[in-house]
Each structure stands twice: as structure tokens, then as C-alpha cells.
Design a binder for this molecule. Structure first.
Ligand code: ADP
Ligand code: ZN
Ligand code: ZN
Length: 733
């Protein structure tokens, strides 16, 4: 009986591929999680062994052979492999792509998983004197052999000391049978499991949180750590991690993309005298592989990373922390659409370890988890040092004159704070100069040729940019329709910067958005200018709402709260409340209570009223009630089948067929809504539509998806569109 290898190949197909064992490899040596070279089409690719089977649906004569075994030890341990296969099922994504997402690029292309150092030693024949003697004139070769007679083996450094041409000599001796090469794995660096510095004495609330996490060691226990910015959440993580490291275990810390700054890493490094493995998206292949190896060997007891670090290999896991768990960057929005926050829970469960989700503005999912008893709530009620929460006021934009988007009372308040020596932060989630280039004579507004959207005016490069597809154009002098002069309408961060510069010409000003901090290190430099006090006025986008605390900021201005008030998405209000509370939380400290102004045309809107009277908790309680009565997540499960194509009718045709297919499967408990075109139907030249699946719980939805997606894949219409399935989508379109 032949052994059949079920392999995951990194291709967009929802299946595994069968191979025979490579010739010369004993099938008994094979374990799931090992990589092998396999022929695929005309290529040879590195694929991961998922399981060993005794038979295949492919006739034996047609079954191809794997070429060679790459790993002695699996690159994916059984628990991680199981999590990944489960994720592939849950998110209905091709298993080969899912497994690939968990591996550094270098390993996907066959690099060695273990760091090896080459050593050379004398061959058995050379040691027993069976070889013809070397010529007395071959001085260098003889020297080399003498060295290897004195010591068992020599490495690059030892041989390099002998001669700069040592590689040639070694090759010559190898050819003549005198020397052979050894691969030796270097020992892991010794671990220094001591705290480098102690940190502040925890408050009673912090102590309770730390104790609760420590008491859960060795079993699955999810915690929601809820506390405003500056309440000492990071201190709780550091103490909990310290306990884990002291026990000789590892902690995995996930942070949002934008918060993984050198400052954060420095704070961890200052605390622990142990190596950190840092994993994020802008590492080189070599850096990523090195960090992956350090996590896998256990050499790095603390592993910090962004979304995909949830797949970091861990030799001896003790704790997972997800900071700012509400952050949207934990959800991958393309390809394998997983939520690293949700997978953190799934992974902790498999590893039987505690997992801490922390946030000042927890997601409604996590709050519900805590309320229903499926997670333990740990609250940090106030700021450390007794700083008061900032006072929040609304500025009614309908009642007050505004200078380019800044109302007169706002200008006066900014002036008061600057005069008192404070810093002021203005938040506007719109980069560029103005969102529209408009012709007052005929009403023309510069459109994106590829999207159903307008182009944004940028002063930086004097061009029009589409924020949806990246299209760029020069700014037309005159209206292309009527020939009159055009003008920029509305405000972006560049224009606010300009307005502030003219209102407060003597005050140092910094703009922080994606355009301003494009270069590597530019964000850190700008943040340093803010924390050092050099900069007094600060304007920026979403970037400012995350990760940084500015103790000298005494006033925060939300320039336009209305962008999110009437969003079509069921999560629009949650996101708006989170960004307002997050940006408001950047302000103030003990000696300098903060003030927050929110500019709006809808001061009576219930969302704003709740935020002001009862803070995020009041908002969340009301929002959860709304979700419950409307039956939206977390009280229901949804999945979205999206489709796009250049021709406008094609996506809807495909989705109609997909809908019929779903109905024919007759799975009870799943509602099929749509198809409907996206609110912004055309993007980057493609027309977009979607079908929504809604179920009261997870299992009927998964039952349907398991049978439906394979059927959708087979639809003839599927070949005419780009389609994707998104389980637990963050946004509906
Ligand atoms: P968060 O992560 O909730 O924003 P941090 O842990 O960063 O809060 O704490 C905010 C600030 O308060 C930091 O400067 C931190 O060093 C300090 N801090 C935290 N806990 C304490 C404590 N128990 N005593 C004194 N200072 C503390
Ligand atoms: Zn015109
Ligand atoms: Zn566009």
C-alpha cells in the first residue's frame, strides 16, 4: 500500500493535492507540518504536508511524486496547523493560501527553517589513513588537514583564519575525499529571565487585573481589559508578561499596525532583559525569518507584532495580549479575510492559555462577550495619577460662523489653550486640501474617471487624487464644462493646516497624516516634536487617534463629527464613537484637565448626546440594544459574498445565480439578502455588488457555507467576475 501525501499548495483553490512519498524518503519520517518540494504544473514549489492518507481519488498511475523533503521538524506545529486548517474552513479560504499566510516569505520559497552553520570535518577515510598522501608542496591543503586533525570540526571563522582562499581549498579537499561538510544547528542563545526594570507600583485595580490573569495560567481564560487611554493597561500587560517570562514561557502581543512604533518596542525592551521578536509588515525577508526563528525556538520570550503575528510559532506559549482590540487593522480586508482578534481567542483556546483583549473603546463583540460571561471583564476606572476625564462640549456649526471649517468659538478656545501654555490637537479624518473641486457657475465637480466618487484636491503636489483607486490628475485651471474658474470646496487636513497657520502665525504647527509622514521614520520624528513641546498645534487624521498619548495636549477638537453619523454600515456609529473617544483620550493629565470640542451640524443627534452624558459605556449600552433588536452582530452572524467586474450587469447576474444556489440548498436558519449594488457602485473601473447571508448563530451559517461555496465556485458565471467570501465582515461594502 502506498502512502499518499495530502499537501497544501499556495494556490487559490479550495482543496489539497495528493502526492506520493519522494523516492528515498521513508514515509515513517513524515509528519504533518513539514514542507516538501512538489511538482505543480511545470513548476516545483514548496508545499506543506497536511495529512498522510492510505489512498487517493487520483489513480495510482497518475499520482505524481513529491521531489524532496525540506524539513526534518515541521514548520507548523500540530496546534498551529490545526488552527490554520480550522481557519481555512471557517473563513472558507483556500488552505494553501492560509498556510502560506502563516509562514515568512523565505519559508514559502523553501528556505531552511532552522538557522544552520556549516562545519567541516575529516572524512572517515582520511582519519583511517586510506587515502593517498597529499603532495608535500600543497602547503595550504596540508595546513587545513592538520587543523582538522587537531580539532573535531572547524567552522567558517576557524578556516577563514587559515587562509582567505579557504573555500577553494575545502572544495579541493572535498573532491579528493579528505573533508566532508556538516550542518550544525547553533544552540539557542541563553535566556536571561529577569525584569530589566521594575516599573511603577500597580494601583489596586491594576493589581486585581494582574492577579486575575496570573491565576488563569495554564487554562483558556479570555479577559477584556477595559480602561481609558492612560489608565495603565500597558502596565498590566507588562506585569502579566513578566510573570509568564519568569515561568519560562512566551507571551505573544498583538498591536495595531500604526502603534508598532520604536517607542512601544523601546518600552517593552526597557522592561525585559530578554530578546524581543518583532514582527510587522515592513520587515525584510531576512528580518522576518530571523524574528520567526526566535519566536519558534523560544529564544525570544516576548513576541510583538501586528495582525499576521497571530500565526507566529511559539515554543512554549503562556499568554496572548491583543492591545486596542477594537482596531480595524486586525481584520485582513483582502485575500484571506481573517480577524487576528478572533483568532487570538481561538489560538488561546487550543493552547489552554489566558488571552487579554485590551481597549479604551472595546468592540461591541467583546463587550457582549464579557456581558454574557464568556469573558472576564477587568476594568481600570480612571487615569493613573488621578487625571480627570476631559470635559466635552458640542459646537453647533449651524449657529456659528466658521473660517474654513473652524468655528469662531473653536478659534477662541484654541487661543485660550495656547495662551495658557497647552498644546492643541485638531482631528479631521480627511487628508488632502479639499474633498471637491467645484465649478460655481455650472455645478461641475471633478469626478474620478474610474470610480463613482469625486477627486480630492491636494496642495502638496498640486494634483487631484482619488482616495479610492489612486488615480491622479493635474488640477484643471478652468471648468472643462463651461470654462469658468473652479474652486476647492470643503476641508481636508492640508487646508486646516493652512487656516491655522494664518490664524496663529507664531505657533509651531505639525500635520500628521499619510501624506505628511510618507517616509520611514517621519511619523516618529513628528511625534517626537509633539512630545518635546516644540510643536503646539497639531492637525491630523485617524493616525492621531491611535497608540500615542500626548500629556501636554489640553484641547482636542473634532472638526467634523458628521462624517460618520449617517453611515449606511451597521458599524458606522460604533466606529465614529470609537474614534471620537480615542482622540478625546489623547488629551490631558493630572495637572492640566483636558477639554474636547466636537463640531457638528447635528448637536441633538442621540449618539453625540450619549457620548457626552455617559461616555463610551453609555453609547455602547445603547448601541448593543439596537444591535440586539435589529438582530445584527454580535447577536447574529453575517457573511458577505462580494463580486466585481468591468461590465455593470455581470456581478448582479453572478450573485443572482449564487442566491438561487443557496436557496436550493435549503439550509434552515439562514436568510439571504440581496443582491444589491454597492453604495459607491464603481471603484477602480469595476462595478461592485454583494449578497448578504444573515443567521441567528454561527452553526447554520457555517453549514450553508460549507456546501454553498464549492457550488458557487463551479458556477459558469463565477468565471466572469472577481468574487470573494467574507465571514464576519467588518464592513458590508
Ligand atoms: P494605557 O496603556 O492604558 O494607555 P499606560 O500603561 O501606558 O496606559 O499608562 C499611562 C502612563 O501612566 C504611563 O506613563 C505609565 O508609565 C503610567 N503608569 C501606569 N501605571 C502606573 C502606576 N501604577 N503608577 C504610576 N504610573 C503608572
Ligand atoms: Zn463649470
Ligand atoms: Zn477612483
Amino acid at each position: 500500500m502506498t502512502t499518499v501525501l495530502r499537501m497544501a499548495v499556495d494556490v487559490p483553490l479550495r482543496r489539497l493535492f495528493d502526492y506520493r512519498c519522494p523516492s528515498g524518503v521513508d514515509a515513517a519520517r513524515l509528519q504533518p507540518g513539514q514542507r516538501l518540494w512538489v511538482p505543480f504544473g511545470r513548476q516545483r514549489v514548496a508545499a506543506v504536508l497536511v495529512e498522510l492518507a492510505s489512498s487517493s481519488a487520483i489513480p495510482e498511475a497518475k499520482l505524481r511524486s513529491a521531489t524532496a523533503l525540506i524539513d526534518e521538524t515541521p514548520v507548523l506545529d500540530p496546534s498551529l496547523l490545526e488552527l490554520l486548517l480550522w481557519s481555512a474552513e471557517y473563513y472558507r479560504h483556500p488552505p494553501g493560501e492560509v498556510l502560506s499566510a502563516a509562514l515568512p516569505g523565505a519559508l514559502r520559497t523553501g528556505a531552511a527553517a532552522l538557522e544552520t552553520a556549516e562545519h567541516w570535518t575529516l572524512s572517515a577515510a582520511a582519519r583511517t589513513g586510506e587515502l593517498p598522501p597529499l603532495s608535500p608542496r600543497a602547503h595550504k591543503l596540508r595546513e587545513l588537514v592538520e587543523l582538522l586533525q587537531r580539532q573535531d570540526a572547524a567552522d567558517e571563522a576557524a578556516l577563514g583564519a587559515l587562509s582567505s582562499r579557504w573555500r577553494d581549498h575545502v572544495r579541493e579537499l572535498e573532491k579528493r575525499g579528505w573533508v566532508r561538510r556538516l550542518q550544525v544547528t547553533p544552540p539557542a542563545a541563553p535566556r536571561v529571565a529577569v525584569a530589566a526594570s521594575a516599573g511603577p507600583e500597580p494601583t489596586p485595580e491594576q493589581r486585581d487585573a494582574i492577579a486575575a490573569i496570573a491565576a488563569a495560567a495554564g487554562r483558556y481564560a479570555p479577559f477584556l481589559l477595559h480602561g481609558v487611554t492612560g489608565s495603565g493597561k500597558t502596565e498590566v500587560y507588562l506585569r502579566a508578561i513578566d510573570a509568564v517570562v519568569q515561568r519560562g514561557q512566551q507571551a505573544l502581543v498583538l498591536v495595531p499596525e500604526i502603534s508598532l512604533t520604536p517607542q512601544l518596542v523601546a518600552r517593552f525592551a526597557a522592561r525585559f532583559a530578554v530578546p524581543l521578536a518583532v514582527l510587522h509588515s515592513s520587515l525584510t525577508d531576512v528580518e522576518r525569518l530571523r524574528a520567526w526563528r526566535a519566536a519558534r525556538s523560544g529564544e525570544a520570550p516576548v513576541v510583538i507584532g501586528t495582525r499576521s503575528a497571530i500565526f507566529a510559532p511559539l515554543a512554549n506559549a503562556g499568554l496572548i495580549v491583543v492591545d486596542e482590540e477594537h482596531d480595524a487593522s486586525y481584520k485582513q480586508q483582502e485575500g484571506f479575510r481573517y480577524s487576528a482578534r478572533d483568532l487570538a481567542l481561538a489560538r488561546a483556546q487550543r493552547l489552554s492559555i489566558p488571552v487579554v483583549l485590551g481597549s479604551a473603546t472595546p468592540s461591541l463583540e467583546s463587550l457582549e462577550r464579557a456581558q454574557s460571561g464568556r469573558a472576564t471583564l477587568l476594568s481600570l476606572p480612571g487615569r493613573t495619577g488621578g487625571a480627570k476625564p476631559p470635559a466635552i462640549h458640542l459646537i453647533d456649526l449651524r449657529r456659528h460662523a466658521a473660517t474654513q471649517g473652524i468655528a469662531t468659538p473653536t478659534v477662541l478656545t484654541i487661543k485660550r489653550h495656547l495662551d495658557a501654555g497647552g498644546q492643541v490637537l485638531l482631528y479631521l479624518n480627511r487628508r488632502g486640501y479639499a474633498p471637491t473641486l467645484f465649478c460655481p457657475s455650472c455645478g461641475w465637480a471633478a469626478p474620478c474617471p474610474r470610480c463613482d466618487a469625486r477627486l480630492t484636491v491636494h496642495r502638496r503636489d498640486g494634483r487631484l487624487h482619488c482616495h479610492h483607486c489612486g488615480t491622479e490628475q493635474r488640477i484643471p485651471e478652468l471648468c472643462p464644462t463651461c470654462g469658468d474658474a473652479t474652486k476647492p470646496v470643503g476641508q481636508g487636513t492640508e487646508r486646516i493646516e493652512e487656516t491655522l497657520a494664518s490664524l496663529f502665525p507664531d505657533v509651531a504647527l505639525e500635520r500628521i497624516d499619510r501624506d505628511a509622514v510618507r517616509k520611514r521614520g517621519a511619523l516618529e520624528a513628528a511625534l517626537d516634536r509633539v512630545t518635546s513641546g516644540e510643536v503646539r498645534l497639531l492637525v491630523g487624521t485617524q493616525m492621531l487617534t491611535k497608540g500615542h498619548h500626548f500629556p501636554d495636549v489640553s484641547l482636542v477638537v473634532v472638526l467634523n463629527a458628521d462624517q460618520g453619523l449617517f453611515g449606511t454600515d451597521f458599524r458606522a456609529s460604533e466606529r465614529l464613537a470609537q474614534s471620537i473617544v480615542q482622540v478625546a483620550g489623547r488629551a490631558g493629565r493630572a495637572e492640566r484637565p483636558g477639554e474636547v470640542l466636537i463640531q457638528t451640524e447635528y448637536p441633538e443627534h442621540p449618539l453625540l448626546a450619549q457620548l457626552i452624558s455617559g461616555g463610551y459605556d453609555a453609547f455602547a449600552a445603547a448601541a448593543l440594544e439596537e444591535r440586539r433588536s435589529a438582530s445584527w452582530p454580535p447577536f447574529a452572524r453575517v457573511a458577505v459574498l462580494r463580486a466585481e467586474a468591468a461590465r455593470s450587469d455581470v456581478p448582479m447576474e453572478f450573485l443572482e445565480r449564487a442566491r438561487e444556489t443557496a436557496i436550493a440548498l435549503a439550509v434552515r436558519g439562514v436568510e439571504i439578502l440581496g443582491p444589491a449594488t454597492a453604495p459607491m457602485e464603481r471603484r477602480a473601473g469595476l462595478h461592485r455588488a454583494q449578497l448578504l447571508l444573515h443567521a441567528s448563530s454561527h452553526s447554520p451559517l457555517q453549514r450553508l457555507l460549507a456546501r454553498w461555496i464549492p457550488a458557487v465556485e463551479e458556477l459558469p458565471e463565477a468565471r466572469k467576475v472577481r468574487w470573494s467570501i467574507d465571514v464576519d465582515p467588518l464592513e458590508l461594502f
